[in-house]
Design a binder for this molecule. Sequence first.
Ligand code: NAD
Length: 310
Amino acid sequence: MSVSTLGVHGSVGEVFPTAVFRDALADAGPSVRVVSDGDDLTPCDALVTFAYEERFLDAGLDWIHSIQAGVDRFPFDELSDREIALTNSTGIHGDVVGETAVGMMLAFARRLHVHRSNQERGEWRKPAWDDAFPLRRESACVVGLGTLGRGIATRASALGMDVTGVKRTPTPVDGVDRVHPPADLHEAVADAGFVALAVPLNDDTEGMISAAELAAMREDAYLINVARGPVVDQAALVDALESGAIAGAGLDVFEAEPLPADSPLWDREEVIVTPHAAGINDEYYERVATIVRENLRRLSAGESLTNRVV
Ligand code: NAD
């Protein structure tokens, strides 16, 4: 495979400016062109994209790079049948998503979300004496210990929390005090003050957190989801919040995005909603460009692609 023209799909603009990204790759070798809706893709050998469109399959592309780590929207079998390589952007979000997840934990523990809501109404109101608690006393169970999970675990550990994890191969991980296999998920979540989800969405993880898992959690526990919405059964989560089976949730991802205006999740004080923004930061474009540049180098050297999914 050789890349003489690299396309930057217009959807990338939902995360960072396409022109800034194009300029970051100006010295990478191939000519780089932004392709917007309706533009012909056939001059491109490879495409960097946020969205997936069916026309990618028949445009003569050899390689597609997803600017997201999660590639659940791409049809793996069709890509494989057409010998189109798919690479993703895992490895670049551990710090910022870790900060978002632990930031949500800090908000719940220190009641920052409530103070901010009060501020919007101009209300000076102290929390009840036993509403706020120190994070140091709490435990976090991180489900999935890849890039995101490790980013969450090391930051939670640095704040003095007891950190456990759920991992398919139960080998030790820095900052994680105990590791459980997925078969022990109920046991793993049962003791945690925070359960943070950091797994990819696939057949094994869809609905991984449903009514039974939420029932297994402590009534004063919080669920943090920075992975993908369908990893959680959202109706069961709403029920668990309404019945008091868990205390609250910090949610960056949802079954339907944008979160519909009539979702009951918008109105609950103990729910923090962020718009799938945990990975967004002003270095995002450069971090993706680094992966793309490395893969262009590998292709020139006849080496295999990094971050290859298909
Ligand atoms: P990664 O591949 O580095 O890590 C995923 C980890 O989950 C791997 O270690 C894998 O072994 C583990 N895993 C898979 N199935 C499991 C299971 N059933 N039980 C326990 N562990 C399991 O990926 P990552 O970069 O950490 O990203 C993880 C996911 O988070 C992505 O696939 C994406 O969907 C999502 N994500 C969301 C954002 C955001 O902005 N909210 C940003 C980046 C990634």
